[in-house]
Design a protein around this ligand. Structure first.
Ligand code: SF4
Length: 253
């Protein structure tokens, strides 16, 4: 299939349990809960989105004809990101063929494809990480792409609204439920609820099979009061942890 990708970039994960970890973000175009056009926001299922996921015109974005092509592009972004302060190690521009890069990535990882579900903090920190986000990444992320990422040594994480089935073999699943949207994914690594959302109570998710439960204050004009509400909830419900969007606080992508 052809994958439509808004942007691909190297940064630190800013949210949730993997905060501070280096990763390539692969932002897929499109979402099933909003068109991404402002004129449609008042009638969308999800109305608080702060992400531009329309089109394929972002940095590193484009239409990738195969899973191999997309995984190669992500692998180059990973290597370029680390080489930023070491010009001699820079693998070159995006057009450089990725073949020679794959062994280097694999050498940093556990055997490709044999991904441990919980390799521990030291092992996890040493592995290349791709975070598939959007938009809604599970509209496009499929078995072939997961396999292509694994073949290059990547740990594959997804950040999803939880309304779509997921491919097998994902290494990290973060579900962020949205009010009014059916929740299909009821298990994973972390459940990250943007808070507060009208009609959504955190306690209604606590029976689900997630390892971590996060409240993340809704951004926007009410961010300070939303942060106070989330803070208060976490203090009174210790099952929940506070997730701040540290990338916004730091001014990084
Ligand atoms: S589900 Fe996520 S990507 Fe889609 S509109 Fe809502 S916040 Fe944005």
């Amino acid at each position: 299939m052809t994958y439509s990708v808004k942007e691909i970039y190297y940064t630190l994960q800013g949210e949730g349990a993997q905060t501070g970890r280096a990763a390539v973000f692969c932002r897929f175009a499109g979402c099933n809960l909003w068109s991404g056009r402002e004129k449609d926001r008042p009638t969308a299922v999800c109305r608080f989105c702060d992400t531009d996921f329309v089109g394929t015109d972002g940095p590193g974005g484009g239409k990738l004809a195969t899973a191999e092509a997309l995984a190669d592009t992500v692998a180059r972004a990973w290597l370029r990101g680390q080489a930023e302060d070491s010009p001699a190690a820079d693998p070159g521009p995006a057009g450089v063929p990725a073949g020679p890069l794959a062994p280097r990535l694999k050498s940093e990882a556990t055997p490709a494809g044999a991904v441990a579900t919980d390799p521990g903090p030291e092992a996890a920190g040493a592995r290349p990480l791709v975070v598939c986000t959007g938009g809604e990444p599970l509209l496009q992320l499929d078995d072939a792409l997961v396999a292509a990422f694994h073949a290059r040594g990547f740990e594959v994480a997804v950040e999803t609204n939880g309304t779509q089935a997921r491919p097998a073999g994902l290494d990290w699943v973060c579900v962020s439920p949205k009010a009014g949207a059916p929740l299909v994914l009821t298990s994973g690594d972390e459940l990250k609820l943007v808070y507060p959302q009208a009609g959504v109570l955190p306690e209604t998710f606590e029976h689900l099979a997630f390892r971590h439960f996060f409240l993340q204050p809704m951004d926007g004009p009410e961010r300070d009061s939303n942060t106070a509400l989330a803070l208060r909830y976490c203090l009174t419900h210790p099952r929940w942890r506070l997730s701040l969007q540290t990338h916004k606080l730091l001014g990084i992508p």
